[in-house]
Design a protein around this ligand. Structure first.
Ligand code: ATP
Length: 423
């Protein structure tokens, strides 16, 4: 990288197949402009002269052909590298692209790609790159996010899917006009694995139905992101997702053991599934537990206020007895006499119980359900979320933040178990 000296904006030159890696903390901004050549950020091309702002992000500006950039502002960390996995990623894109073309011709199913691996190996980044390359080749793949710890489509605690029809905006992230969202109510699937599996199955059914109704969507396939929990129950949940979503390409990033385990097992259980291993990019930044918690809070803030604080959520008050708030799990145990000999009685993990004390909802997210009746709360996706800001037991009211003013689309709400403290 060559940089011009002096204060103010600097010019940086990148050689072909190099990337400029930078970290900019939350609350700060660095502006980048492509002056000449070609460059992209995780697969989203920069237009010549376009100025983009990077804030609260760790990104790489990669160039295939070489480029000159103008940079305004001080990143917290910045360096260039020519050791990138982009060659491998583009080869995978080519394979997926050929599969999509075959699928379109044969009116069949395009590739359903599942990206797996431990935490902080670049799974979400690889999903972004594959989605962007697919869109740039004229496809409209569906992005499915199974990583309930981060919740990139709406808020943490959700499994969700959204069609991607345009490159992912470098500043604003994924465009999510009509996401399909199911709320587990927790950022950790171990809290209720049966619920997680149940909702994955529901999502899979709806995605199958959507694919059947549109040949282009069907041929474009899925790109599925996973959580970084790859052992024990986490591994079982990964296998369940492969089966439920009928994933036929599994990309294992940065973990030889997981690669060998999955290749062996999937060869037996779903022989048509291709399992490929990929190296972790040296640019991926490892995040501490605190940074992950902060990222979750930022996701919730972005949901209500927008990436650039461009949205105006409304704080509203409702009588608690006019709402029907339910919680999942912890149902009564079946009597031992009703069970087969030797079986142990366990609480029904999908049992719904109505929340009687609003105090326990303070600082939690409630999903507003599309379900017509409480019994269907776990079968139907959610319309959106509200955040409980205050509870007045004496008046019997709760005050909540909603994305917009006006009555809720439904009084039927699903409570989550984790608290987020918004400022
Ligand atoms: P998780 O464990 O949360 O699922 P992950 O495996 O999905 O993490 P990413 O979220 O893709 O990992 O990457 C972690 C961080 O590293 C992100 O902030 C991402 O923007 C950053 N990152 C990824 N690749 C690069 C790169 N080449 N240069 C700079 N930053 C990068």
């Amino acid at each position: 990288m060559a940089a011009a000296d002096g204060g103010g904006p600097q010019q940086l030159t990148l050689e072909p197949q190099h990337e400029l890696r930078m970290e900019v903390d939350w609350g700060k901004q660095v502006h980048l402009q492509l002056v000449s050549g070609q460059a992209e950020v995780f697969g989203t091309a920069l237009d010549l002269g376009e100025r983009v702002s990077i804030g609260g992000q760790k990104v790489a500006v990669f160039t295939w052909e070489g480029c000159t950039l103008q940079m305004d502002g001080e990143p917290d960390m910045m360096y260039t590298s020519d050791e990138t996995p982009m060659g491998q990623y583009v080869s995978i894109h080519d394979v997926l692209d050929a599969r999509r073309q075959e699928a379109l011709k044969a009116k069949g199913e395009g590739p359903r790609t599942f990206v797996v691996g431990p935490t902080d190996v670049g799974k979400s980044t690889l999903c972004k790159i594959l989605l962007n390359y697919a869109v740039r080749s004229g496809w409209a793949p569906t992005f499915v996010d199974m990583d309930i710890g981060q919740g990139s489509i709406t808020v943490p605690g959700c499994i969700a899917a959204t069609p991607v029809e345009a490159p992912i905006d470098i500043e604003d992230g994924l465009p999510v006009d009509a996401p399909l969202v199911y709320y587990t109510g927790t950022p950790t699937p171990s809290d209720n694995p049966a619920l997680y599996k149940h909702l994955v199955d529901r999502l899979a059914n709806v995605l199958d139905a959507r694919a059947q109704s549109d040949a282009q969507v069907r041929a474009s396939g899925l790109v599925v992101n996973s959580m970084g929990w790859i052992v024990e129950l986490g591994y079982e949940l990964l296998k369940h997702t492969v089966q439920a979503l009928k994933c036929d390409v599994v990309l294992v990033v940065g973990d030889e053991r997981l690669y060998s385990q999955l290749s062996m097992e999937l060869k037996r259980s779903s022989p048509s599934t291709q399992v490929l291993k990929l190296a972790r990019s040296g640019g991926v930044v490892v995040r501490s537990r605190e940074l992950r918690a902060q990222a979750r809070k930022v996701r919730v803030e972005e949901y209500f206020y927008g990436y650039r604080k461009e949205l105006s959520p409304a704080s509203q008050t409702a009588r608690f007895d006019e709402l029907q708030v339910y919680r999942v799990g912890g149902g009564p145990r079946a009597p031992t006499s009703a069970l087969p000999i030797g079986a142990t009685s366990v609480a029904d993990p999908l049992k719904l119980s109505r929340v009687a004390n609003p105090q326990e909802l303070l600082y939690t997210l409630l999903a507003v359900s599309h379900a017509p009746q409480p019994e269907l709360l776990l079968s139907v996706d959610v319309a959106g979320f509200i955040y409980v800001q205050d509870v007045d037991l004496a008046k019997g009211t709760i005050t909540y933040l909603a994305p917009c003013a006006g009555p809720l689309p439904s009084p039927l709400l699903l409570a989550g178990s984790f608290k987020t403290y918004l400022d």
